[in-house]
Design a protein around this ligand. Structure first.
Ligand code: SF4
Ligand code: ZN
Length: 762
């Protein structure tokens, strides 16, 4: 351990704890000890404090003992004469720094100083704040930086964090050598799908300023989250790390050691410190090292070699101007590469030959009408995509053809019809995999920066931005993307890929007719694909990298709770990777066809959960329900007084009749434990005939988040008709009308809800 680093970290920690004490005294005087304090939309209180101490901080007064604890963790500066290993003291100081930093941010929330406003920023993907300032009408207004990440976003990233699509996260603190370097660093991280948190400054200038000036789109949707322009806001990255252990790892507040170890072993994160490192940054870096997150600095600082907290270097110095690159851009690329090596982040990238940046980080990008060169589909034109298998001899791998005119002749913001026809062939390919692969077209095309893809089948809708068109993106590139990605991601079942883009009206119509026949055929196949029609289900243990004892049992009529894996997906995945997370489960003998018990499923659940689950019912929420990790789309929960259940969507932040919001409920549903009466599910399970069929099925739903009613209106209406009660959906309450049990009961009476006269649910 370097005495230099120890000295500066300990000094920084002392200063910050003192600053927090001054602020807290002031807040107590101004606001009083009972004033509420909270970060928005999280069930984990002040998450770092909750994780490390177990304290559920809700008022300003409750901060005092935490700050006293932080003070106790401080140590005197190392003396000049004594040379001892300072690691323990430095790590303690780091922890004190984190506690103090979270306290300061919490107090800033009390004063309305968080999140931080910034001129010129408009985030892609929101946190629930309004991002427009009052003077935004003028067109050059500002918005707010992100502040802490909310639980909804954390959960919706869950699946990407576990399946490797999002291989890790980077906390960048400071400012880059130039705007150009700032953009390059972020693009290199985005290209690798690394979630990037931005904070800090050097002499008042932050990487956030640099990126905003360069017009880089920041926000959840582009994997670049600007926390704040000061160092303290980097605390939100560690709060995120703590919550990933609480959300997916099934840990409880106060399990400090376990949470830190979880992060060290499962969360691939690092800190990139840009520019001069001051005492506070040293102190914060010491905090990050507690989590096993190394710090890479682009300036000259002493290094800390492996000691046991991490198996790699804790602190690495890579002075930017000494990096062996042809120019600054290459140096930036090498710097990112180094960060990834130090932390051992496993990055998978397909080399996609397009003239724009490419990676999952661009999937959520929106192309606004004003920035659009051309669109296909939407209101003014038709776009479809159709993937089908063919004989090996009939497919020429890599052949990409555009049949019909390009879009050069169109006016700006023009539109035209397009059909994308993909032919695949492979010895392992099966007709059942066609829809699985076809659905990937959405993700693959969206990965290109400046391209937006919405929908599927014959309601696809694609936009190309002006920026992408200016860089030379043309129709052929759709084919290039699909060819590269199908080989990279599905190489085990697909040997050859050929793509034809149709804009010629006649041929387009012919293919559209053929595609529609195939869609119809697939719909019938899906309708026939019931639990009784197959003799194996599939396991999914993908989430075990985060929730070690959780298994999803995926059947034709019950998809995985994240919504991303149905039975066909699992079957395809098993064919791609026979030793991977999706294994066939032979059903064995049927023990109970109402509750859905099979010997094979029980055996699998027992071994897959490492003994933590003995028996699992496929169709009941009341008896041995399936467990959940943390990435469920909805929570189903018994409301005993109503003789029914409520369904809360992940997107719904309002209060439910259970007296808890989604975030709080999620703590009861997740963690790989069986909790009768509570279940995390994928939203399409709601419309399955097997939805809690042992407990009475969909008629038990007495309350349901309105976002589900709206986004799944057609599917839910079909369910109502299937259940013989066409008005059923309107009879269930939602957050717009009902937020307490009393109101719920009154509503159910008034609307004559069937649950009231059903058998007692338990
Ligand atoms: Fe995780 Fe279940 Fe989705 Fe698999 S199906 S990724 S285990 S939530
Ligand atoms: Zn999960």
């Amino acid at each position: 351990m370097s005495r230099y680093i120890a000295t500066r970290a300990i000094r920084g920690a002392n200063a910050l704890v003192t600053e927090a004490e001054v602020m807290l005294r002031q807040a107590l005087a101004d606001k009083g000890s009972d004033t509420p304090v909270a970060f928005p939309n999280t069930a984990y209180y002040l998450p770092l404090i909750f994780g490390m101490t177990g304290q559920e901080i809700e008022t300003v007064g409750q901060l005092s003992p935490i700050l006293e604890h932080a003070r106790e963790l401080l140590h005197p500066l190392p003396s000049d004469s004594k040379w001892t290993p300072y690691l323990g003291e430095t790590l303690d100081s780091g922890m004190a720094t984190l506690l103090a930093a979270e306290i300061i941010e919490a107090i800033r929330f009390v004063y309305g100083l968080q999140p931080e406003p910034l001129e010129g920023i408009h985030l892609a993907g929101g946190t629930g704040y309004s991002f427009t300032s009052p003077d935004n009408g003028s067109g050059n207004g500002g918005g707010y930086l992100n502040g802490p990440i909310d639980d909804i976003q954390l959960r919706s990233w869950g699946i990407q964090l576990v399946d490797g699509r999002m291989p890790g996260f980077a906390a960048i603190v400071g400012a880059a050598k130039s705007n150009e370097v700032a953009v390059k660093l972020v693009r290199e991280l985005q290209r690798r799908n690394i979630l990037t948190f931005l904070s800090g400054n050097v002499n008042g200038r932050s990487i956030i300023h640099q990126l905003v000036e360069e017009g880089v789109e920041l926000g959840y949707d582009t994997y670049t989250v600007p926390f704040g322009t000061d160092t303290l806001s980097a605390i939100y990255a560690l709060g995120f790390a703590v919550r990933s252990a609480l959300t997916f790892g099934g840990m409880k507040g106060g399990m400090a050691r376990e949470i830190l170890l979880y992060n060290k072993e499962r969360v691939f994160a690092f800190v990139l410190a840009l520019g001069e490192v001051d005492d506070l940054k040293y102190a914060a870096a010491a905090g990050a090292i507690n989590f096993g997150f190394p710090v890479i600095a682009d300036t000259v600082i002493p290094e800390i070699l492996p000691t046991g907290v991490t198996t790699y270097e804790h602190v690495v110095s890579m002075p930017f101007n000494e990096i062996d690159g042809a120019d600054d851009l290459e140096r930036a690329e090498i710097l990112v590469q180094k960060c990834i090596e130090v932390r051992g982040v496993k990055v998978r990238i397909a080399d996609v030959p397009v003239p724009v940046p490419y990676g999952s980080a661009f999937e959520g990008e929106v192309v606004r009408k004003a920035d659009m060169r051309v669109e296909f589909g939407g209101k003014r034109s038709r776009c479809f995509e159709y993937l089908h298998m063919a004989d090996l001899d009939d497919v020429t791998d890599g052949k990409i053809e555009v049949v019909g005119p390009a879009f050069d002749h169109l006016d700006p913001q023009g539109h035209m019809d397009m059909g994308i026809v993909v032919q695949v062939a492979g010895r392992q390919m099966q007709p059942d995999f066609e829809p699985v692969l076809e659905r990937q077209v959405h993700y693959f095309i969206n990965g290109a920066s400046g391209i937006q893809h919405i929908g599927q089948r014959d309601i696809a809708w694609i936009r190309i931005s002006n920026a992408a068109a200016e860089k030379g993106f043309n129709l052929e590139h759709f084919g290039k993307i699909l060819h590269a990605r199908f080989h990279a991601d599905f190489g085990a079942i697909v040997d050859k890929v050929q793509v034809t883009i149709y804009t010629d009206p006649d041929q387009l119509q012919d293919w559209l007719a053929e595609a529609r026949e195939a869609y119809q055929f697939r719909n019938r196949r899906l309708a026939d694909l019931t639990d009784n029609a197959v003799d194996e289900f599939y396991s999914c243990t993908l989430c075990q990298s985060f929730a070690p004892d959780h298994v999803c049992i995926v059947s034709p009529e019950r998809l995985g709770l994240c919504g991303a894996y149905n039975w066909l997906d699992c079957k395809a995945s098993f064919n791609i990777n026979p030793t991977g997370p999706n294994q066939p489960i032979k059903l064995g003998s049927l023990l109970d066809d109402v509750k859905g018990y099979w010997t094979g499923v029980n055996d699998y659940a027992r071994s897959g959960s490492h003994g933590s689950v003995e028996t699992v019912s496929m169709y009941s929420i009341m008896e041995n329900p399936m467990t959940a990790c943390g990435c469920f789309e909805c929570i189903v929960m018994l409301i005993p007084e109503s003789n029914g259940v409520m369904v809360v969507s992940r997107e719904d932040t309002s209060m439910t009749p259970a007296g808890m919001t989604f975030s709080t409920l999620a703590g009861m549903a997740g963690g790989g434990l069986q909790t009768p009466g509570v279940m995390g599910v994928g939203k399409f399970y709601l419309v399955s005939p097997k939805f809690i069929s042992a407990d009475g099925g969909f008629k038990r739903v007495v309350w349901m988040s309105s976002v589900l009613k709206e986004t799944m209106a057609d599917e839910l209406q079909a369910v109502a008709e299937r259940e013989g009660d066409p008005d059923l959906i309107g009879k269930s309450a939602d957050e717009r009308s009902v937020s307490t049990v009393d109101d719920l009961l009154a509503w159910l009476e008034q609307h004559n809800h069937p649950a009231l006269v059903m058998d007692a649910i338990f």
